[in-house]
Design a protein around this ligand. Structure first.
Ligand code: HEM
Length: 507
């Protein structure tokens, strides 16, 4: 939000606070105790406190107000959760109450009125779609089926980087990582490479930003028609772009006009989804059947593309950034890779279970750089008391994974430091059982794509670190590497990561 707009809203808020105060003499009728938090302005509440990096602003506010903090985003009561103990209360103990998602403008446009998975309210539609996505795309056995796709794409990337290395050129790692993820995920979701004219990346980047940004229209509904931040305009443009691609792919599929069947060892997700078109969602139910239409399919595809492209690329970029900033860690990782695969061959997926230091490096990167810093907002479905605090129905719940990863009580005084060895004698894992480290969330709304995301992240990091030695360009020292974040639903690097490779294998 621009500072002028923020100032205007503060002035408006101050004015309204007087009106509100005089018109409602007993405005503290509800004496149930909300969690502590900063005092909100009327109308805008605490929105003006979020700044450009809301996860960091909320982290600092929680230091004053505590790990279960109450704020108001416009008219929306919001609870910010910032410690492992608090996260366990919301995501395990009372998971079922907080397993819904708020209705937001971004989902309205990007997923045709929340007909996808990630922003869909808790209930039977969400349950069915999640089951389809897991069964046909994200289960452990499906992820294993896609191994040849990862191997082929990885081979092409290594060849390309080798050429750059031979020419002594600097590589735009952010761009290359984005491209390989797009190629892998396109093949596993659609069963094919995308035509050159189909460009998902800029649309997905925009979608992630728009889905994460604090949109005034969601919080102060009477301002929605003015679209003060221009978000609705951008949402229309982005969703039109995405849906046009999906329409084209569905049309092609229906006409059978293009030979889109590549030889592959699995049935792709797109194929399965399109075969559900015009069928009842639950054929066994006798009441009025809900028929799956194009909008449902496009919304589900939107979610799969958005959830897989940007998340995995962001995780890899941050891990690589930390490795470049810490040559000691890079060297230790290369040593481990060499001890497993030698210098005569590339890393195979079957090597991954033996790479324990790699796992520690990736955990440490997720701790400091959770891809979705506030997870995806949850919403409560009923009034509830948690830890003695009253949480009203339809509260928004933001779990600050970025803050939890920096909690000094858990991670000791060197919490800010990138130090993978902290996991050496520790059982803390990132799969959602240990609330100190929840980069994939946990519970009912936890990430169903964790296996796909983790396997891809591990393989790409291992391969690039094993095959090449890396240096920062232009004499930049490791300490000088820019680590600025760009806030959205995901938290990518603000600037591209550049590095110079040297091929280091013998063969
Ligand atoms: C490194 C990669 C990834 C990370 C760090 C990640 C992280 C997350 C997080 C934090 C959430 C929200 C959990 C919550 O709200 O409690 C989430 C949800 C989700 N993720 Fe992932 N994710 C990754 C990769 C993937 C992939 C590859 C897919 C595959 C399509 C995927 C699909 C989803 C979906 C569909 C949801 C919404 C689930 C629901 O609301 O029921 N993710 N992810």
């Amino acid at each position: 939000m621009s500072s002028t707009l923020a100032l205007l809203l503060v002035l408006l808020g101050t004015l309204c606070s007087f009106i509100y105060f005089f018109r409602t003499p007993n405005h503290h009728k509800d004496r149930r105790k909300l969690p502590p938090g900063p005092a909100p302005f009327p109308i805008i509440g605490n929105l003006y406190m979020l700044g450009k990096l809301p996860h960091q602003s909320l982290h600092h506010l929680a230091k004053t107000h505590g790990p279960i903090m109450s704020i108001k985003l416009g008219y929306v009561p919001t609870i910010v959760v910032s410690s492992p103990e608090a996260a366990e209360l919301f995501l395990r103990v009372h998971d079922v109450v907080f397993a819904s998602r708020p209705k937001v403008q971004s989902a309205e446009y990007l997923t045709c009125g929340a007909k996808g998975l990630g922003f869909t309210e808790y209930g039977s539609y969400w349950r069915t779609v999640r089951k389809w996505c897991v069964l046909h795309l994200l289960s452990a056995s499906k992820v294993e089926c896609f191994a040849p796709v990862r191997k082929a794409e990885m081979g092409s990337l290594v060849e390309l980087v080798r050429k750059k290395a031979a020419a002594g050129e600097t590589l735009n790692l952010s761009q290359q990582i984005g491209q390989i993820i797009e190629a892998i995920m396109s093949k596993v979701i659609f069963g094919r490479c995308m035509d050159a004219e189909i460009e998902f990346k800029p649309l997905i980047e925009d979608a992630m930003y728009l889905a994460g940004v604090f949109n005034l229209s969601d919080y102060v509904p009477f301002l929605a028609p003015f679209d003060l931040q221009g978000i609705k305009r951008r949402l229309k443009r982005t969703s039109n772009g995405l849906h046009a691609i999906f329409d084209k792919l569905i049309d092609e599929h229906e006409r059978g006009s293009k030979n889109i069947e590549e030889k592959k060892s699995y049935t792709d997700f797109f194929h399965v989804m399109v075969s559900l078109l015009n069928t009842p969602i639950n054929p066994n139910k006798e009441e009025q059947p809900y028929i799956i239409g194009r909008e449902n399919i496009k919304a589900i595809l939107s979610d799969m593309v958005a959830a897989s492209f940007e998340t995995t690329a962001t995780a890899i970029e941050w891990t690589f950034s930390e490795l470049l900033r810490h040559p000691r860690v890079m060297a230790s990782l290369q040593q481990e890779l060499e001890s497993v695969a030698g210098r005569n061959r590339m890393i195979e997926e079957s090597d991954l279970p033996k790479l324990t230091y790699l796992d520690m490096v990736i955990k440490e990167s997720f701790r400091l750089h959770p891809v979705a810093p506030l997870l995806v907002p949850h919403q409560s479905t009923q009034d509830i008391t948690v830890n003695g605090y009253f949480i009203p129905k339809k509260s928004r719940i933001l779990v600050n994974a970025w803050s939890i990863g920096r909690d000094h009580k858990v991670w000791s005084d060197n919490a800010e430091e990138f130090f993978p060895e902290r996991f050496e004698d520790s059982n803390i894992d990132l799969r959602g059982h240990d609330f100190q480290l929840i980069p994939f969330g946990t519970g009912r709304r936890g990430c169903p794509g964790m296996q796909l995301g983790l396997t891809t992240t591990r393989l790409i990091i291992a391969q690039l670190v094993h095959c090449f030695a890396w240096e920062l360009p232009d004499g930049i020292s490791p300490e000088e590497l820019d680590m600025t974040e760009k806030f959205g639903l995901t938290l990518p690097r603000a600037n591209n990561l550049l590095a110079m490779p040297t091929y280091r294998l013998v063969a």
